[in-house]
Design a protein around this ligand. Structure first.
Ligand code: GLN
Length: 515
């Protein structure tokens, strides 16, 4: 079997046994990237030479019998919103096109300490705002199962590269579904940890009360391994929780006994595609055959999840993104362009007979802010900033932001009640399989509705996992989502692993991956 088809766990065993070298393995992934990434476009940057140098160094250390980290020699791909010291970190935005952070994110430092080989930075929706990776300022990533379709998003590059055999594992972030949704649409395993489980120091912030970093991989076992490296308290992130990190990889293969699985009544309503529903129900039947009991439950406020999320996330984004002002760092407009833009703006305003705010137009600082941001941000990011600024403004704050916070509380309470009756909640990740590139780009509301099944976990701060549970007639992956009470990642991983040991959906590959 081709090396790129082996799981990270199998590869580590071969590396440790000296059957393969990290250089050889890294070359295999780089080869797959070279052949197929021109079509898939999962990577914004591939660190060919540095990855090979690092692999060689790890091989040398192994030969010399020196101590090695947990992921020694294993390539890992990184979503391009995690700060990598001295290396571009763009968030797929023009505004950060030339940004080189002076420090590593904590998860990057942990991966380096674990001797992983960082192979490249993956494409995403600009600032993680989106669900199709079409909002990247640089390129559109395709779904390896069908190049005319979206890979999901916003961690679309991270999911696509794992699905396409270009990396055994990757790191993504999930604010409203951005790990689980692309994992589901690309047929890989992705876990959104509980809020606080993984340090976000060095994660470029989108919506700080929702953002979490998490692993994507081929199997639950590999996901457990990567989460073990990423998770843990970090004094540099005050929202990271000081709780011991369980040995996920040691327990992942233990099946859960007497598992009580909740099926949310409201998840099986209007809009859910028939093939997706059938696959999810079959997956639930697999759990039943493994001894689980199935309970019908209700999350009555879940229907307000999307509306609540699309108030809270833009509010936080409008505040977080205020820092891109062309002064501290990031894109700054050049003087000539700025003068031309002001002249154009003035004449448009005058032609429309509108009052020209002379001071705002003429104040060089305000002018520079405006023009830098106008040039640097893409349309979806601007839309979110405007939505958030509006919802936070005097007179609207109570009606939108405050109300959304109250509904958020109710959503969390629904989960607390549900988890009094069941151990895990099972359901779809998305209502449909991957849609066509371009299909929803002009319809933001339709894009937002794709997040129906994923945003509630972020609003409640709980963890969730997505993994393949079937394929459509057209050959597209269908994902199953499991959600757990706070800090029960181990339960999620064991449940996913138990399913993967009974099925082989996770072992299917798109045709671009050599047998
Ligand atoms: N699709 C959602 C959004 O556009 C979620 C994105 C995310 O999780 N980063 O905001």
């Amino acid at each position: 079997m081709s090396l790129v088809r082996l799981s990270a766990t199998e590869l580590l065993a071969q590396l440790t046994a000296g059957q393969i070298t990290s250089v050889h393995l890294t070359e295999a992934y780089l080869g797959q990237i070279k052949r197929h990434d021109p079509q898939v476009k999962a990577f914004l940057r591939v660190d060919t030479q540095r990855a090979l140098d690092r692999a060689a160094e790890i091989d040398k250390r192994r030969r010399e019998g020196r101590p090695l980290g947990r992921l020694a020699g294993l390539p890992v791909a990184i979503k391009d919103l995690l700060c990598t010291q001295g290396e571009p970190t763009t968030c797929a935005s023009r505004i950060l096109e030339n940004f080189k952070p002076p420090y590593d994110a904590t998860v990057i430092a942990r991966l380096k300490a674990a001797d992983a080989v960082l192979i490249g930075k993956t494409n995403m929706d600009e600032f993680a705002m989106g669900g199709s990776t079409e909002n990247s300022a640089f390129q559109k990533t395709a779904n390896p199962w069908d190049l005319e379709r979206i890979p999901g998003g916003s961690s679309g590059g991270s999911a696509a590269c794992v699905a396409a055999g270009m990396a055994p594992m990757s790191v993504g972030s999930d604010t409203g579904g951005s790990i689980r949704q692309p994992a589901g649409l690309c047929g890989v395993t992705g876990l959104k940890p509980t809020y606080g489980r993984v340090s976000r120091y060095g994660l470029v912030a989108f919506a700080s009360s929702l953002d979490q970093i998490g692993p994507l991989a081929r199997t639950a076992e590999d996901t457990a391994l990567l989460l073990e490296v990423l998770a843990g308290h970090d004094p540099l992130d005050s929202t990271s929780v000081d709780l011991p990190v369980p040995k996920y990889s040691a327990t992942v293969k233990q099946p859960l006994k007497n598992l009580r699985l909740g099926l949310v009544r409201e998840h099986f309503g209007e809009g859910l595609d028939g093939e997706v529903e059938a696959a999810v129900r079959q997956a639930v039947a697999v759990y039943e055959s493994l001894g689980a009991t199935i309970k019908d439950i209700s999350l009555p406020h879940g229907k307000y999840g999307v509306a609540t999320y699309y108030i809270i996330a833009p509010c936080e984004a409008s505040s977080n993104l205020a820092r891109y002002d062309g002064v501290h760092y990031g894109h700054r407009t050049d003087e000539k362009k700025m003068a031309a833009a002001i002249a154009a703006q003035r004449s448009t305003l005058e032609a429309a007979g509108k009052h020209v705010e002379a001071e705002a137009l003429d104040n060089p600082l305000v002018r520079m802010y405006r023009q830098s941001r106008a040039e640097g941000f893409g349309p979806e990011v601007k839309r979110r900033i405007m939505l958030g600024t509006y919802a936070l403004s005097a007179g609207y704050y109570d009606a939108y932001y405050l109300k959304a916070l109250k509904v958020r509380r109710l959503i969390r309470r629904d989960y607390d009640q549900a988890f009094g009756q069941v151990d895990l909640i099972a359901g779809p990740v998305t209502a449909t399989t991957a849609f066509k590139l371009g299909e929803k780009v002009d319809d933001p509301l339709a894009m937002y509705l794709v997040d129906l099944y994923t945003v509630s976990a972020n609003l409640a701060g709980i963890g969730g996992i997505a993994f393949p549970c079937g394929f459509s007639e057209g050959g597209l992956p269908i994902g199953l989502q499991l959600q757990a009470p706070p800090f029960e990642e181990e339960r999620l991983l064991r449940a996913a692993c138990m399913f993967q040991r009974a099925t082989d959906w996770h072992q299917r590959w798109p045709s671009m991956v050599p047998a």
